[in-house]
Design a protein around this ligand. Structure first.
Ligand SMILES: [Zn+2]
Ligand SMILES: [Zn+2]
Length: 266
């Protein structure tokens, strides 16, 4: 097991992809989970694998109502007695998936309005996805380190670029390779169109173009996230990002569906 130094700012993508997402972020004395599409048991298992203690979590923050992001959130909040931060529209879309919300502390957040959970400042911002009120996040630690998070977005506009610029670490969607997507015989045509639409998912090339447009002078870690298991490979995603980051000091990690990445400091 990895030993985590208590005061270190760090993060760990515990799971990433259409079968479940969860991102652990710690800054100062506060640890928060961004999305929880894993079962309570699976979340605990993966955190233990990385030496992370789920009883130290202060909150769960939700990006949007799709099951791969919210499916385990209710169970985890109830089990550890921690609040859930969610927008009103996302909450409405998540009611069934959250389970018994009466016994939960639900805190309303709004895209564009920053809030604090313990030592972490969290700034949710709107992203373009086929969900009621999907958000990306800019997370700032007490020492001023910044983590940008944006998965599940069909297109990256000005707002996204602004919020992901100047980060020390980034978790960025690199969902698919369009050639593989279109050639996939298991995907019906409407689903292919949905993935490629403005409210779908970023391709490797689109992620690289976004990355290229960002202020990256502080960027030490890039995590490529939400890869399609069928329509992408880690090699293709890495190749596209590497074309932009070649010659820089930024490390690139591909987040996986079935196991957590190493814990990264930022
Ligand atoms: Zn998703
Ligand atoms: Zn989604």
């Amino acid at each position: 097991m990895t030993e985590i130094i208590e005061s270190e700012n760090c993060f760990c993508q515990l799971a990433s992809g259409s079968k479940g997402n969860a991102l652990y972020v710690k800054g100062g004395e506060t640890a928060v989970l961004f999305d929880c599409g894993l079962s309570g048991r699976e979340l605990e298992r993966r955190m233990a694998e990385r030496g992370l203690d789920p009883t130290t979590l202060s909150a769960v923050v939700i990006s949007h109502e799709h099951t791969d992001h919210v499916g385990g959130a209710g169970v985890v909040c109830r089990r550890f007695g921690i609040p859930l931060f969610i927008t009103d529209a996302t909450r409405t879309g998540s009611t069934k998936k959250l389970g018994k919300t009466k016994s939960m502390d639900i805190q309303t957040m709004e895209c564009g309005r920053r809030f604090s959970v313990g030592d972490l400042e969290i700034h949710p911002f709107s992203i373009s996805h086929d969900a009621a009120d999907a958000s990306g996040f800019r997370v700032t630690t007490p020492g001023g380190s910044v983590l940008g998070i944006a998965t599940d977005l069909g297109v990256a506009g000005h707002l996204v670029k602004e919020h992901l610029s100047g980060c020390d670490a980034l978790v960025l969607e690199s969902n698919h390779d369009p050639v593989r997507l279109y050639a996939n015989p298991h995907y019906p045509w409407p689903l292919k169109q949905r993935v490629r639409s403005r409210v779908g998912h970023l391709s490797n090339e689109e992620a690289a173009t976004l990355l290229d447009a960002l202020d990256r002078h502080r960027l030490s870690h890039l995590v490529l996230a939400h890869l399609s298991e069928e329509n992408n490979t880690p090699e293709l995603a890495l190749e596209a990002a590497y074309r932009v980051l070649n010659g820089s000091n930024t490390s690139i990690t591909v987040a996986m569906q079935h196991r957590p990445i190493p814990v990264l400091s930022f």
